[in-house]
Design a protein around this ligand. Structure first.
Ligand code: CA
Length: 232
C-alpha cells in the first residue's frame, strides 16, 4: 500500500502535535502548517491525498482556505476534513456548502479523526454523477436507479420520485453529510420553488416508508442528513 500524504492546517500547537502523531502512527506522511496561505501553497505544490483544515485560523480563515481549495482545479479533487469547535454548526454548513468533505468537532478522539479521514479517502470525491452507483446496497437496503426500485430487507418500498432521488443521493455516498441546500439542489433541482423545510418533510416520509430501516437515514443536528455508513 502506498504511503498517503496528509496536509494539516491548524494554528493550535497541541492539536497540531496530537493529530500529526496519530496520523503518522496510521502510516500517513504529514505536512503541517499553522497558516492558511501557506497551507494553500502546500496543497498546490505537494498535492496531498487529504487536507485537514482548522476553521478558526488567524489571517485567512479555514472557510476561505476551503473555498479557494475547491475553486482551484488543481486542488479541487483533494478531500477536505474540517476541524471545528463545538457550536460552529453554521460554519460546518458553510464549509460543506463550499465543498468540504467532512468534519470533526473538537475535542475529537484521535481514533475518530483517523476513522473520518479514512472514510473520506475511501468514499472519494463528491460527485453528482451517480451513474456508477446505479445499484447501491446499504445494510439490508437496496436502491436501484435502473429499475427505480427500493428494497428494504427484500420488500419493495414505494417512494415518490423526489424521495427516490433523495434516498439514492444519500445512499450512493453513504457516510457523507449533506446539508439541506445540497440535497435540495441535487434532488429537487433549480426549477421548483421550495423551502428548506421540504427536505425534512421528504426525509420524514422516507423514514416512515422504510419502517425498521428508518434509522439508516441519520439526522446530523444543525447540519443536515447522511446515510449511515454500514461499514464503519
Ligand atoms: Ca484554530
Amino acid at each position: 500500500m502506498t504511503r498517503r500524504n496528509a496536509l494539516l492546517i491548524e494554528d493550535e500547537a497541541d492539536i497540531l502535535e496530537v493529530v500529526t502523531y496519530n496520523l503518522r502512527r496510521e502510516g500517513f506522511t504529514v505536512l503541517a502548517t499553522r497558516d492558511g496561505e501557506a497551507g494553500l501553497a502546500l496543497a498546490r505544490e505537494r498535492n496531498p491525498d487529504v487536507v485537514l483544515l482548522d476553521l478558526m485560523l488567524p489571517g485567512l480563515d479555514g472557510l476561505e482556505v476551503c473555498r479557494r481549495l475547491k475553486a482551484d482545479p488543481v486542488t479541487r479533487p483533494i478531500p477536505v476534513v474540517m476541524l471545528t469547535a463545538k457550536g460552529e454548526e453554521s460554519d460546518i454548513v458553510l464549509g460543506l456548502g463550499v465543498g468540504a468533505d467532512d468534519y470533526v468537532v473538537k475535542p475529537f478522539s484521535p481514533r475518530e479523526l483517523v476513522a473520518r479521514v479514512t472514510a473520506v479517502l475511501r468514499r472519494g470525491p463528491l460527485t453528482d454523477d451517480l451513474k456508477t452507483k446505479e445499484r447501491v446496497t446499504v445494510g439490508g437496503l437496496v436502491v436501484d436507479s435502473v429499475r427505480h426500485e427500493v428494497l428494504a430487507a427484500g420488500k419493495p418500498v414505494d417512494l415518490t420520485a423526489t424521495e427516490f432521488r433523495l434516498l439514492h443521493c444519500l445512499a450512493a455516498q453513504r457516510g457523507r453529510v449533506f446539508t439541506r441546500d445540497q440535497l435540495l439542489s441535487r434532488v429537487i433541482g433549480q426549477h421548483s420553488v421550495v423551502t428548506d423545510r421540504n427536505i425534512d418533510v421528504h426525509v420524514r416520509s422516507i423514514r416512515k416508508k422504510l419502517g425498521p430501516m428508518a434509522d439508516l437515514v441519520e439526522t446530523v443536528r444543525g447540519v443536515g442528513y447522511r446515510m449511515g455508513d454500514a461499514s464503519e
